[in-house]
Design a protein around this ligand. Structure first.
Ligand SMILES: Cc1cc2nc3c(=O)[nH]c(=O)nc-3n(C[C@H](O)[C@H](O)[C@H](O)COP(=O)(O)OP(=O)(O)OC[C@H]3O[C@@H](n4cnc5c(N)ncnc54)[C@H](O)[C@@H]3O)c2cc1C
Length: 364
């Protein structure tokens, strides 16, 4: 491999979006990925929701990049045949003491310039979603769903068409600072070592982004927070038209077990939140069926426990530990020419094109 101008570590949606944004013919850009193909970690284990940006504290990167990324995603998807649907969402209160949270969320949405979000009357709720239980609700018409894989394939093709080079089955194991850049040490799936130099390094390694940052003198620690899903079967299609969320879990750990509808109209519950020790175990325990049923039947009264089945899971790379308050995305140049993206949990998929533009600005 010749000397790289820029090396991106990680070919998830973030690394791919950055590659698509910054690649240009004549620039030597390499994207290193430890897995055999792109997008096979967290980017393919999520709800595929295009978030509106109502939840995050005003002024945070999560708020601004989600709002900007959402607009960009709808444009990209519309112009490039990427399957998506702006189906909208309701955040529902099922007890009077939750209505305050609906009002707080509404005020926060306005602070984040998410103007389309509105509190709707119980009559309107009954018209929009006659089969759910809610005593108050916030309607977010700008929320949607997208095929994460189609989006990632689009970014991949964009990057490749501008001569970015993808190197799979290649894990970064060590990084050293050298004059004019960094020496990157890798190992492939046959345990063969290879090293090269790169003027600039962009760390988009998801669940390992703290490890990579720390190889270059950083001091980060991610907490792994698992989110399980259960699929729903035996419910007539069209019973629910929109994504239905409960009021969010306190302290921004997660959004609460909610109902999503994928592009094929399939219903899914989740994700929940469970801090786990480091490691990628994606099994979903059978007892989740009962727990999810108990949470969801508060707002989905038609649900029976036999409709709920264990499904997939994902792991959030969280900077926020179990006892901590909100933590924002970290996107910063910690050492000259070394940009770290750490803690890119939700709304990372929604934010991806805006994150890429943000990184490009840092480079120029
Ligand atoms: C349960 C769950 C639900 C979510 N729902 C949503 C949602 O609905 N909407 C939304 O906007 N966001 C959502 N998110 C967040 C979103 O999925 C992530 O923010 C996004 O996928 C992160 O992308 P990434 O590229 O940073 O990470 P990843 O997809 O994890 O990619 C990182 C890549 O780096 C590679 N890598 C790691 N270490 C090395 C190494 N040493 N050398 C080489 N390669 C390496 C990995 O193999 C991986 O492919 C959700 C996340 C979870 C967990």
């Amino acid at each position: 491999m010749e000397k790289a101008d820029i090396t991106i570590i990680g070919a998830g949606v973030i690394g791919l979006a950055i590659a698509a944004e910054i690649a240009e013919p004549g620039l030597n850009i390499f994207i290193l990925e430890k897995n055999p193909t792109h997008g096979s970690a967290t980017s393919s284990r999520n709800s595929e929701v295009i978030h509106s940006g109502m939840y995050y504290p005003a002024g945070s990167l999560k708020a601004s990049l989600c709002v900007a990324g959402r607009t960009m995603l709808y444009e990209i998807a519309a112009h490039n045949n990427i399957p998506h649907k702006k189906i909208g969402k309701l955040v529902v209160a099922t007890k009077p003491d939750e209505t305050e949270e609906i009002e707080r969320l509404h005020a926060n949405a306005r602070k984040n310039d998410v103007r389309s979000v509105a509190i709707i009357s119980t009559r309107k709720i009954a018209q929009m979603e006659p089969h759910i239980t809610a005593c108050a609700a916030l309607h977010s018409p700008e929320t949607g769903v997208i095929s994460a894989h189609a989006l990632m394939n689009y970014f991949l093709l964009q990057a490749k068409s501008k001569k970015a080079q993808f190197v799979y089955n290649t894990e970064v194991v060590r990084i050293e600072k050298e004059t004019g850049g960094y020496r990157i040490f890798t190992e492939n799936s046959k345990n063969e070592a290879f090293e090269f130099s790169s003027a600039v390094v962009i760390n988009a390694a998801g669940l390992e982004s703290d490890t990579i940052a720390n190889m270059a003198g950083g001091d980060y620690q991610l907490h792994y927070c698992k989110g399980d899903y259960c699929s729903i079967s035996g419910i007539k299609q069209g019973t629910v038209q929109r994504l239905i969320y409960p009021v969010p879990v306190k302290n921004h750990v997660g959004l609460g077990v909610h109902l999503t509808i994928d592009l094929a109209g399939r219903l899914k519950l989740g994700p929940d939140t469970a801090y786990i020790s480091r490691g990628e175990n994606y099994a979903v325990a059978p007892e989740k069926v009962h727990l999810f049923y108990q949470s969801a039947r508060k707002f989905l009264p038609f649900l029976k426990e036999e409709n709920v089945n264990p499904d997939m899971s994902g792991i959030r790379p969280k900077l926020q530990g179990p006892a901590d308050s909100f933590r924002d995305f970290i996107i910063q140049e910690d050492r000259p020419g070394f940009i770290n993206l750490v803690g890119i949990e939700s709304p990372g998929l929604t934010s991806s094109p805006a994150v890429a533009r943000y990184v490009k600005k840092m480079l120029t």
